[in-house]
Design a protein around this ligand. Structure first.
Ligand code: HEC
Ligand code: HEC
Length: 352
């Protein structure tokens, strides 16, 4: 079932108004931002013209395009994903700030979503003026071609469960997730590309031969000014805590961080390298929720998963309560179970 663009736009407006009524931060989260200007370029009409493929029919990837896989991937209703990056020849990423790499003008990223078949390929490109272009391409059913989706997205392109379908996000939704922090690139960072990967990370993907990681980036001269001695590893008090903090970083930190429009909420789920104490613990464990409800007063109540707002919102699937607020319809049960165990077993003795 497909809806018209007008219906989609109306539903998206209504959702933003409803969210804004309960939280003034939402408006800031979805409005265009001065520090992330709108791209002057228009996206090509076909995926074939973005430079990903040498031959789209044969799915042959173009020269100079590399695969990679972040160790803490985003949950998207169980979609399997493939990702690529292309840096303009002769350029390199600047890693001076280990948490916020700066990408050369002309950098391109692609991310393909599959539910049984390829459904969409998302595209990011750094334009000449430094801004980023967002687009997504919808694959036809036989997988022979993918064309640019409308800016307002497309609802319900394929089934993801008995009752839910996958939506192609609007450009406003891309920007709400990608522009809540200093760099719009979310899954290509030192922590995400660490050579020593977290064995408990939910939905960890197999690394394929040829995938770029932190070491190969440095070896090939594609990353400069990054302190190579730095080990990008989350130092949790247990293996479970490491994976829980990594999951929150990968799935939530694009909005919940120290610099974006939600900073006034005072809850950080990002995990900066070299931090003395993880902000995701300092701003959640035993910390009062901004939206108090009977029995649910703390973001994380140590030892009490059922009284922890953060877990409730991660495990919710109604539009007003669920986190992230868009980008999924189905609950990530593996992550919810991990967070539950962590809150119940690892937090109680340590943080009374
Ligand atoms: C719910 C939040 C969310 C929405 C909505 C979203 N993204 Fe992303 N996107 C992410 C996260 C988190 C990652 C990194 C993790 C991963 O790849 O699994 C990512 C990764 C990507 C990548 C790979 C480069 C990178 O930043 O790591 C591309 C390309 C991309 N997204 C494009 C888009 C486009 C285009 C849209 C809109 C059509 C969009 N995304 C909508 C959260 C989102
Ligand atoms: C696209 C941006 C975005 C992403 C991604 C996101 N959130 Fe949120 N979050 C918000 C906004 C906006 C609010 C405030 C409005 C509200 O409560 O719905 C919020 C509020 C919250 C709150 C309430 C804070 C309090 O004091 O009680 C929690 C808990 C939360 N988010 C957890 C998460 C978790 C966990 C994730 C990842 C699984 C996540 N969020 C991902 C935008 C986001």
């Amino acid at each position: 079932m497909e809806r018209t663009a007008a219906t989609t736009a109306r539903r998206s407006r209504l959702r933003h108004i409803a969210l804004a009524a309960i939280a003034p931060w939402v408006a800031a989260c979805t409005e265009p931002r001065a520090d992330h200007p709108t791209a002057p370029l228009r996206a090509p009409a076909r995926l074939a013209d973005t430079g990903l493929y040498a031959d789209i029919a044969a799915r042959r990837i173009a020269e100079g395009v590399h695969t990679y896989s972040p160790q803490y991937p985003l949950w998207s209703d169980g979609a399997s994903k493939e990702r690529w990056i292309r840096l303009p020849p002769g350029t390199a990423i600047d890693g001076t700030d280990p948490d916020h790499w700066v990408f050369p003008i002309g950098t391109k990223f692609w991310k393909e979503f599959r539910f049984e078949r390829a459904v969409e390929t998302r595209f990011l490109q750094r334009c000449d003026d430094g801004s980023w272009l967002y687009a997504t391409y919808r694959w036809n059913e036989d997988g022979s071609d993918a064309v640019l989706a409308p800016e307002c997205g497309v609802r319900g392109v394929c089934e993801t469960s008995e009752t839910k379908r996958h939506d192609l996000p609007s450009v406003a939704d891309c920007r709400a997730c990608h522009e809540g922090t200093r760099t719009p690139v979310l899954g290509f960072s030192a922590l995400q590309l660490a050579p020593e990967r977290d064995p408990l990370a939910p939905h960890a993907e197999e690394r394929e031969a040829g995938d770029l990681d932190l070491l190969s980036l440095i070896e090939r001269g594609l990353l400069r000014n990054y302190g190579a001695e730095r080990t990008p590893r989350i130092a949790g008090s247990s293996a479970r805590e490491r994976a829980a903090l990594g999951y929150l970083h990968g799935n939530c930190a694009s909005c919940h961080n120290e610099s974006g429009p939600l900073q006034r909420l005072g809850m950080r789920l990002d995990h900066p390298l070299d931090c003395a104490s993880p902000p995701a613990l300092d701003t959640t464990v035993g910390v009062p929720s901004a939206f108090q409800r009977p029995g649910l007063t703390q973001r994380i109540a140590p030892g009490e998963p059922d009284r922890s707002v953060l877990l409730q919102r991660l495990a919710a699937s109604d539009a007003l309560a669920q986190m992230p607020p868009f980008g999924r319809h189905l609950v990530d049960r593996e992550a919810a179970a991990l967070l539950r165990d962590w809150i119940e077993h690892d937090l109680s003795p340590r943080r009374p």
